[in-house]
Each structure stands twice: as C-alpha cells, then as structure tokens.
Design a protein around this ligand. Structure first.
Ligand code: GSH
Length: 313
C-alpha cells in the first residue's frame, strides 16, 4: 500500500493516527503540495492529501473514509463504536465545515480578501466553547474513552492552538478543552505519526522527474540569466559537454559523493517532458550505472521546484 501524506496537514495527521491505531503501515510518500507528483495526481486528480492506494489499485482520497477503512480492518479500542451516530456526524461536519473555515482565515488572513483574522478566531472559539461543554464531565468528546471523532478533530484544534499558543492557553473558560488538547499533544501516538517512518521533513521524489543538485549562488545566477549552465560541482556545461542529472533513486548517493560537505545545496526538480527535444540521454558512467545527461542549457521552465536539499532520513 502507498500512502501520500503531508506531515503538518491535519487531514493527513488524522489518517495517520487511524492507520497507526489499526496497525497498518503503508509506505509513505511525503508530498510537497506546491509540486505534486504525477503518481498522486493519477491516483486522485483532486490533488489533496491524504491518499491511500492499495496494491490492487483501490484508492481512498478522503481522510475520514481512510480512517474508517483502517479502523474497519482493526479497531482495538473501539474508536468506531459510535461512528455514524447523528452526534458524531454533527461534530465532524462542524469541524470540517465552519471550524476549518474560520481556522484558515484566522491563520492566514492575507490569503483571503477583506478578512479580519481576529473575527475568525472569535468564531472558531465559539465552536470550541461548544466542544468544551462536552469535555466538562468526561475526558473525551463521547465519554471516558477516545474515539474516531476525537482523533478527527484534535489535529485541527492543535493547529488552532499552534497559531497563538499563549492566546489559546489564556482562554480561562476553555480549561477542559485545553486538557483534552494537552493530552493529545503529549500522546505517544501523535509523536509517532509526526516522525519518520510515518512522516518526513523531506518530500518523496517521484521517479517520473529528474533532479540536479546546484550550488545556491549558481542557481541564483541562473535565475537572473534565464537558464542554468552548470554541469556539476566546479564544472560548467561548456567544459563537460552536458549537465549531470540524477534519477530519484540516485539522488542521495550523488549528494553524499559530491556535496555533503556544503552547508546548503539546492535541489532542482526537473520535468523531463519540458527539456529540449532529443537533448536528454541516459548514458552509462565508468561504473556501469546509467545516468541522465542533458546536452543543452537547462531551461528554467523545466524546473518544477528549487528547494533546499535534505538528505534521506
Ligand atoms: N476533504 C479532504 C481534504 C484534504 C485537504 O484539503 N488536504 C489539504 C492539505 S492539509 C490539501 O491537500 N490541499 C491541496 C493543496 O493545497 O493543493 C480530506 O478530508 O482528505
């Protein structure tokens, strides 16, 4: 099973919590939402995470469905017991609808026209006060044990708190809810699903793309000039005759061989379909391994992303 995820996404976190609880461990592909791999988009054209693709091609691309599917396989603590009740449906709808709406506008007011973040924070707090009432007598939303609805909502409340931790902790009428959040924040499950192998700080590199490691100043210069003409560290395209590229599985070894002593290296992610026609060749080097070589300047239009390279975990 393949699992497309994004470390900080609350929808993805809720899905990972359910997968962990169910004892399922699909293979992670961390997605950069600004540069979505073709494999994700061909599995689910809406391009959101999380997405799970089973070995026989069965796709789940909605986080709540994924939670239910995972817990349907194995649900050791009965998280699904009240699932489907009007109470659960109402809480999920309130979270994924109005709470998420106000959360986004509180966190990123600049992304929305005529938005006052403080108003949206207040609207979100009104919803949290309703949830707080439920938590006055029991530690979890439906009683003494956690359930699907706690795990589905908590990643979003965590994000709300994260935007202004002091402000959140200072809301004196929300103490039961604050304890609920703290219990989640200090849980082992959350720390497990936020780290490797459940989550990664480095995106998965698609084998459909090609890669080149560049020195920061040489990449800056290329952006000013309009094309990139370095071949490898210390050599130009003119000197070498071609630009050294790597396929996804070769990238880390290339980094370790030539660049790991440098503080920062830029990873260029390249769409091979946008390279000059017939200028890309896959050629063996003396060790016998085949590498992609570009016999032309690299056009900036072929560069899908340029970000700091982080070595594999
Ligand atoms: N209804 C979807 C929503 C998932 C969603 O919107 N995820 C965000 C990341 S937190 C996303 O993938 N956004 C796409 C984008 O930013 O391009 C679900 O529950 O899985």
């Amino acid at each position: 099973m393949i699992h497309y995820s994004f470390r900080r996404c609350p929808y993805a976190i809720r899905a990972r919590l359910a997968l962990l609880q169910a004892g399922l461990h699909p293979q992670l592909r961390e997605v950069d939402l600004k540069c979505k791999p073709p494999e994700l988009l061909s599995a689910s054209s809406k391009g959101t995470v999380p997405v799970m693709v089973s070995r026989d091609g069965f796709v789940i691309d909605e986080s709540l469905e994924l939670m239910r599917w995972a817990l349907g396989q194995r649900d050791p603590d009965g998280w699904l017991e009240s699932d489907g009740s009007p109470e659960v449906e109402a809480l999920l709808a309130q979270n994924d609808g109005p709470f998420k709406h106000h959360l986004d506008r509180f966190r990123y007011p600049d992304r929305y026209d005529n938005t006052n973040g403080a108003d949206h924070r207040e609207k979100a707090l009104e919803i949290l006060r309703q949830w707080n009432q439920r938590l006055e007598h029991y530690p979890w939303l439906l009683g003494s044990r956690p359930s699907l609805v706690d795990m589905a909502l908590l990643p979003f409340v965590r994000q709300f708190r994260h935007s202004d931790p002091e402000g959140f902790d200072a809301e004196l009428d929300l103490q039961p809810l604050q304890r609920w959040v703290q219990r989640f924040l200090s849980s082992q499950a959350l720390s497990v699903v936020m780290e490797w192998p459940w989550a990664s700080r480095q995106r998965w590199n698609s084998p459909s793309w090609l890669y080149h490691l560049a020195l920061t100043d040489e990449w800056q210069q290329a952006k000013r000039q309009g094309s990139y003409e370095r071949s490898t560290r210390g050599r130009s395209l003119q000197e070498e005759g071609f630009i050294h590229l790597s396929s996804a599985h070769q990238l880390d070894a290339t980094y370790k061989r030539f660049y790991s002593d440098l503080g920062q290296v830029v990873l260029l992610t390249i769409d091979p379909n946008q390279l000059p026609v017939n200028q890309l060749k896959h050629e063996p080097i003396p060790s016998g391994e085949t590498f992609p070589h570009l016999y032309a300047p690299l056009p900036l239009t072929a560069v899908l992303a340029a970000d700091r390279y982080r070595s594999a975990p």
